[in-house]
Unconditional design. Structure first.
Length: 195
């Protein structure tokens, strides 16, 4: 099995790249944002099916581990797992699983509310004991924190969850014990400062 490939991105397709390594072009499906002609190293997961052998590439072992956990959930295949990892940052995804935030997970294409809840149920204990430690600081947001209320308040003001979740997690982590009435003005100030 191929464990890792290093090479030049020779072609970028829809959800895959052709990675040129020592004169051989490997078709690697990846959620990573790669640029044409760049030199990259990807950790490889080989998925063998009756009718195909596919290579999936990740920039870190932690993301590869998360991919394997996602594909271990019944009903989540490699295509859906890639869609999730391509839409939601790994640390945000782990935090969403750990805190039961199905809404964030269901922002990925092809993932509905039921599938998001299934992912949470099947992976909540796994991310708490293994991969969550690889994605500090936002992964350790306390389950009883003000994060869900802060996200709900900001969404009601018209902000998209994927655009604000990382900032909101950091804000809650930096201000433990603060309630939503204090966090919302801080979040709005941070959002306006980033424009």
């Amino acid at each position: 099995m191929i464990g890792k490939l290093q090479g030049i991105v020779d072609y970028i397709g829809d959800g895959f790249v052709i990675l040129l390594t020592h004169g051989v072009g490997y078709k690697v499906y990846t959620p990573e944002y790669l640029t044409h002609k760049s030199t990259v190293e990807l950790w490889i997961e080989t998925v063998v099916r009756e009718d195909s052998i596919r290579l999936f590439g990740f920039s870190s072992l932690a993301t590869q581990d998360l991919f394997n956990m996602l594909t271990g959930v019944s009903g989540v295949g490699p295509k859906v797992a890639l869609a999730i990892l391509g839409t939601i940052k790994s640390d945000t995804l782990i935090s969403a699983i750990a805190t039961g935030d199905a809404k964030t997970i269901s922002t990925a294409p092809g993932v509905g509310k039921k599938m998001a809840e299934k992912i949470i149920v099947e992976l909540k204990n796994k991310v708490g004991t293994t991969s969550a430690t690889l994605f500090a600081p936002s992964a350790d947001t306390p389950a009883g924190s003000a994060l869900p209320d802060l996200l709900m308040a900001l969404e009601s003001l018209g902000y998209r969850r994927l655009d604000i979740i990382e900032m909101a997690q950091n804000l809650v982590a930096k201000n433990p014990g603060s309630d939503v009435s204090k966090l919302v003005p801080m979040a709005l100030k941070e959002i306006s400062g980033n424009k």
